[in-house]
Design a protein around this ligand. Structure first.
Ligand SMILES: NC(=O)c1ccc[n+]([C@@H]2O[C@H](COP(=O)([O-])OP(=O)(O)OC[C@H]3O[C@@H](n4cnc5c(N)ncnc54)[C@H](OP(=O)(O)O)[C@@H]3O)[C@@H](O)[C@H]2O)c1
Length: 277
């Protein structure tokens, strides 16, 4: 039996994906015989595209925009995490069956752990800006880490309410359009996370007064392009500890690699520098 392992990322478009760089780095570093490529599959050919991957003996694939939600209906089995989030970002193929999971929450937690060394989530209060797919992953991962409270702030109230209902934990919902209230709610918050697309290259910056955050607070922006967002610069100007978003991207890839190659790889400084460039 061939030991060569084939994996891929599927999306449309998919050229922009940094996943091939990450997985190819690990394949080489750990000396596996395998490949990881970016495969463009348009939504109207998704079923056929996936069937071809199964027929061609792929061990699995990552899923990016716009297929993450569609895979929920296509997979034969969905992990608890992916069910809560409503999106699949990693698929493993076993005996022709598709097993879907979502590793974004793992990526979020391990990015913070690696970059702080000792951040203790248990018993802490977190505020998350946003109520999209990324917030779902982060909120459910924080619950898994026994966070004490999550305050959710989002522009669209209904979306935040739906998220709160689905994960049945969020203690407070603040609507972002009320700017003053948004700043005031940061009092007593231990961890502030931006999970909106604000601050991304080509988007408006995230403007928020961080004055009410305790001086021990940690600020994390999951936007990684640019690496140093305005939010992180504002936090650094207040001498707050900050963590960038690139590590979440790198850490979320680790469980996927393990599912296919059998080894949980490390996020090294070399890989971080390479992918950040
Ligand atoms: N580092 C990583 O590994 C990683 C992983 C996943 C995602 N991300 C990044 O995280 C961000 C969110 O991803 P997602 O998948 O959750 O996206 P999404 O499902 O499209 O959600 C986008 C969120 O941003 C908010 N938003 C967008 N434009 C806004 C504006 N002008 N003012 C206020 N709020 C605005 C939306 O609010 P409404 O509900 O009001 O529309 C929503 O809460 C993206 O930048 C993505 O690249 C990073």
């Amino acid at each position: 039996m061939s030991k060569f392992t084939k994996a891929a990322v599927i999306g449309h478009p998919v050229k922009h994906s940094k996943s091939p760089m990450i997985h190819q780095y690990w394949i080489e570093k750990y000396g596996f015989e395998g490949s990881y490529e970016a495969i463009d599959i348009a939504p109207e050919t998704l079923d056929d595209g996936i069937k071809k991957l199964v027929d061609d003996g792929y061990k699995g694939f990552n899923v990016t925009i716009p297929h993450k939600e569609s895979l929920m209906a296509i997979c034969d089995e969905i992990s608890h995490n992916a069910n809560v989030i409503g999106a699949v970002n990693t698929v493993t193929i076993e005996d022709g069956k598709l097993h879907g999971q979502n590793t974004d929450g793992f990526g979020f937690i391990h990015n913070i752990l690696q970059n702080t060394g000792n951040f203790e989530f248990k018993g802490k209060r977190a505020a998350i800006l946003g109520a999209g797919g990324a917030t779902r992953a982060i909120a459910s991962a924080l619950i898994g880490e026994e966070i004490e409270q999550i305050v959710l702030l989002n522009r669209t109230k209904e979306r935040a309410e739906k998220l709160a209902e689905d994960i049945a934990f969020v203690s407070d919902i603040i609507v972002v359009e009320d700017w003053e209230k948004r700043s005031a709610v940061l009092e007593g918050i231990d961890l502030l996370v931006n999970a909106t697309s604000l601050g991304m290259d080509g988007q408006h910056p995230l403007e928020i007064d961080l004055g009410a955050l305790p001086e021990t607070a940690l600020v994390n922006d999951i936007v990684y392009s640019p690496l140093q967002t305005q939010l992180l610069k504002d936090a650094q100007a207040r001498d707050l500890h900050t963590v960038t978003g690139i590590g979440m991207l790198l850490h979320q890839a680790r469980p996927a690699f393990k599912s296919w190659f059998g080894l949980l790889p490390d996020v090294t400084d070399e890989l971080t520098t390479m992918v950040s460039a």
